[in-house]
Write a protein that binds this ligand. Structure first.
Ligand code: COA
Length: 546
């Protein structure tokens, strides 16, 4: 074992190149040629490879540092039999040199300046010298047919085993026909695409310029479609794909993305100038996996075509405003639940005539306590009793692990209508609380919701939700299950109805109940049992005490 310095090889004459990514870490075992860091000159980004097989013991530079040939960037431990490091490093240097020389040549091999005659002409753009490499695969097409582009705009990105290079456009003009596709292997002189070049006047056209710098390409990304204020899937590394947008990433990152099947146009770069580094790819893939496991990916993974919006202004005056974060989050949650859960709604009616007289009789007591007794605490209590008796409603499904999660607690969410949107605070341990406590707590949480004072913890952990529109109106509705819960009770406005008692019709106050449930967790018979039980409990509230 011997320790030796890792030095920057010849960079083809380029001095003071910036380190844009450190790929290897201290302690990493590397093979000869494994990339250690990426540097970026104004021509290309190049990975500096390990000169030998061994273990990285120290990295002495950081992202943003500028290095030149011979600078020490770290130390590594190599085993004796690995052969002479100088020899190997020498080879690397040769390769790097060849790369830079080829680059210089590629400048020379650009089409000669052309005389402009005014008007327009067609040109077939050919592949320039690719750093001396042949058969280099196209990994990205950066333009589309019909695009109007400037000279130097990147046309395609190719990737040799040493570097990623953009082939810049030698002309400004319109892309007529793309003659290559991703995966094609290109060599110098191959036809790349056809362009129409618009010429102005008879002056000599500027010589086609040097290969596009990545930053330059980035400074004029393809115009992104105007984003609607739709919620973005979680994971800060996600960006909507921008057709034709430049991906700013080195070969190792591209390789990793290919191995993981990550679309780099969707990954947001955290490196200098938005460069995508390995961590970004890993974070993106992790985010996508988490989303898939949580049943997310509504916007991208449902496989359902999106709704195409017409230009509404053709029908009359319109104005657009951004959705609030809350509205966007609610929209995502609703869609996620609706798409993931096979919903069925069971309807029933509870005779709450006696319950209402009891409730109204509590008015004076309520005033003394400073608490208003509404039907909601009775509903909470009845639902808690039904959840205890029919525990198949107090579960969540873990489809990933094919497990049912049974909850030993009874926390119930209450949907609260607020000026800024729907909020669902959660009352904990409903089964252990009395009606007055529930009345006070639900009023307090509803007020907090309206005042935007709810803490995140106060909106988490529900087993079941009650959504009551009874104070507003309606006879029935089909609420959406608040996943990962498996059922929700919708309550509509109680109304006096004639009810047959076996001998005659009696005027009774009937409360409409709409129980939506996840049919994967709950079967129809159990749902009918659940609403049946609720009607019994609400019909004779003494049974709540049993
Ligand atoms: N039938 C008839 N009347 C009802 C009723 C019902 N099912 N539920 C409540 N009421 C009455 C109440 O008794 C009260 O009348 P009163 O003042 O004469 O006593 C009145 O309606 C208003 O009650 P409210 O203040 O709404 O209290 P609540 O405890 O019933 O409800 C909330 C509290 C937070 C649930 C309610 O204010 C709310 O926000 N509901 C909307 C929920 C929602 O938007 N759901 C849709 C989700 S998609």
């Amino acid at each position: 074992m011997s320790e030796q310095e890792i030095k920057v090889p010849d960079l083809g004459g380029a001095d003071e190149v910036e380190i844009i990514e450190i790929i290897a870490s201290e302690g990493d075992s590397v093979e000869e040629e494994d990339p250690i860091l990426t540097v970026e000159s104004d021509k290309a980004s190049v990975e500096l490879p390990a000169p030998l097989k061994g273990k990285i013991t120290k990295i002495t530079v950081k992202v943003g540092d500028k290095v030149s040939e011979g600078d020490v960037v770290g130390m590594m431990e190599v085993s004796g039999e690995s052969g002479g490091s100088d020899e190997s490093a020498g080879e690397e240097q040769e390769e790097e040199k060849a790369e830079e020389q080829a680059e210089a040549k590629s400048e020379e091999s650009k089409p000669a300046p052309k005389k402009k005659s005014g008007g327009s002409r067609k040109e077939t753009v050919k592949v320039p010298n690719l750093d001396g490499f042949d058969n280099v695969p196209v990994i990205e097409i950066n333009v589309s047919e019909g695009d109007t582009i400037e000279a130097d705009d990147p046309l395609v990105t190719v990737e040799s085993d040493k570097a990623t290079m953009e082939v810049p456009s030698p002309y400004a003009g319109k892309v007529e026909k793309i003659l290559v596709k991703e995966g094609d292997k290109l060599s110098e002189g191959d036809d790349l695409l056809e362009m129409t070049i618009v010429e102005e006047g008879g002056e000599e056209e500027e010589a086609p310029s040097a290969p596009a710098k990545e930053e330059k390409a980035e400074s004029k990304p393809a115009e992104k479609p105007k984003q609607e204020a739709t919620p973005q899937p979680q994971g800060s590394t996600y960006e909507p794909p921008s057709p034709g947008a430049k991906v700013h990433a080195g070969p190792a990152v591209r390789k990793l993305a290919r191995e993981l099947g990550a679309d780099l146009t969707r990954v947001k770069g955290s490196g200098p100038k938005g460069r995508i580094v390995k961590d970004d790819v890993q974070a993106y893939v992790k985010g996508q996996l988490q989303q898939a496991q949580q049943g997310g990916g509504v916007a991208t993974g449902s496989g359902i075509p999106g709704v195409k919006l017409p230009d509404f202004s053709q029908f009359g005056e319109v104005e657009r405003e951004s959705m609030s974060r809350m509205m966007a989050a609610t929209a995502t949650n609703m869609q996620r639940s609706w798409l993931n859960v096979p919903h069925v709604t069971q309807f029933d009616e509870a005779d709450i005539t006696e319950m209402e007289s009891f409730r109204k009789a509590q008015k004076a007591a309520g005033e003394k306590k400073g608490v208003k007794m509404t039907p909601l605490p009775f509903l909470l209590k009845a639902c808690a009793a039904a959840l205890a008796e029919l525990p198949q409603f107090n579960v969540s499904l873990d489809m990933e692990r094919k497990e049912v999660v049974r909850k030993k607690y009874i926390h119930i969410g209450i949907a609260v209508d607020t000026p800024h949107g729907l909020m669902v605070p959660v009352i904990r341990d409903v089964d252990q609380k009395g009606l007055w406590d529930l009345a006070a707590e639900s009023a307090e949480l509803a007020q907090k919701a309206r005042d935007k004072q709810l803490k995140p913890a106060e909106m988490q952990g529900a087993c079941f939700t009650i959504t009551s529109l009874g104070g507003i109106g309606g006879t029935a509705f089909t609420p959406i299950v608040n996943t990962p819960e498996v059922a929700i009770l919708g309550v509509s406005k109680a109304a006096m109805k004639p009810v047959w008692d076996g001998n005659e019709f009696q005027p009774r106050l009937m409360l409409p109940l709409s129980l939506s449930y996840d049919h994967r967790a709950v079967n129809g018979a159990d749902a009918a049992r659940f609403t049946n039980l609720l009607t019994q409990l609400l019909g004779d509230i003494r049974t709540l005490l049993l």
